[in-house]
Design a protein around this ligand. Structure first.
Ligand code: VGL
Ligand code: ZN
Length: 207
């Protein structure tokens, strides 16, 4: 189905992942072409009665920052207690300009803004669980309590926060549709292809 024909039901929700300045051109962790999702997401959001936004929201000195590990550089991988951490440039620091939503994002009817990644010693790609895959953000409970059954995903980045959100949502029993024209990827070492394959095999509908 073309997105132009999308007509969401009342138990559908649009989940917009991390459309923040730091993931757009000029930002600290710019996703190639990241800001180009904004007009698509604005158009999509207007069709949905129910929209939730997420915001990557790290304290200074966050474990995911290469700058927190002397001698390490961004995009290196570091084994840590809860598994491997990809190290990133400092990004989405709480209350900074980089952490703010892209100024052209226009979704006044969004019902919830969920912040994640605020614990210094654990990263949180997914909107539902932190990267230990055990610590809940509370979003799954919120969505269930409100009766949503199907989540449409859009935002940044396809191969990190969108991917982890999609997999956790499937794990929690939600139907998931990935709106590809409204997502962009970081694509480190083939991570976009791997992400699409993982989502497909988890039963995510790629649209
Ligand atoms: C993200 C890397 C680090 C994302 C967030 O939003 O995909 N990626 N923090
Ligand atoms: Zn982050």
């Amino acid at each position: 189905m073309l997105n132009a024909e999308l007509s969401p039901r009342d138990d559908d929700l649009l989940l917009v992942i991390d459309v923040q300045n730091d993931f757009c051109s000029g930002g600290a962790l710019a996703v190639p072409d990241g800001e180009s999702v904004v007009p698509s997401i604005n158009r999509l959001a207007a069709k949905f009665a129910h929209v939730v936004l997420t915001q990557d929201w790290h304290p200074p000195g966050h474990q995911s920052f290469a700058s927190s590990h002397p001698g390490r550089r961004p995009f290196e991988r570091l084994p840590l207690a809860d598994g491997e951490q990809t190290l990133w440039p400092d990004h989405c620091v709480q209350d900074s300009h980089g952490a703010a939503f892209h100024p052209a994002l226009r979704i006044p009817h969004a019902e919830l803004i969920l912040r994640k990644g605020y614990r210094r010693h654990i990263d949180s790609y997914s909107a539902l669980y932190e990267n230990d895959r055990r610590t809940p953000t509370g979003l799954a409970g919120y969505l269930r309590e409100r009766g949503f059954r199907r989540l449409f995903l859009a935002g940044l980045a396809t191969d990190y926060c969108v991917l982890y959100s999609a997999l956790d949502a499937r794990r929690q029993g939600f139907a998931v549709v990935l709106l590809q024209e409204a997502c962009r990827a970081i694509d480190l070492d083939g991570s976009l292809d791997a992400a699409l394959a993982a989502m497909r095999s988890a039963g995510v509908e790629l649209r």
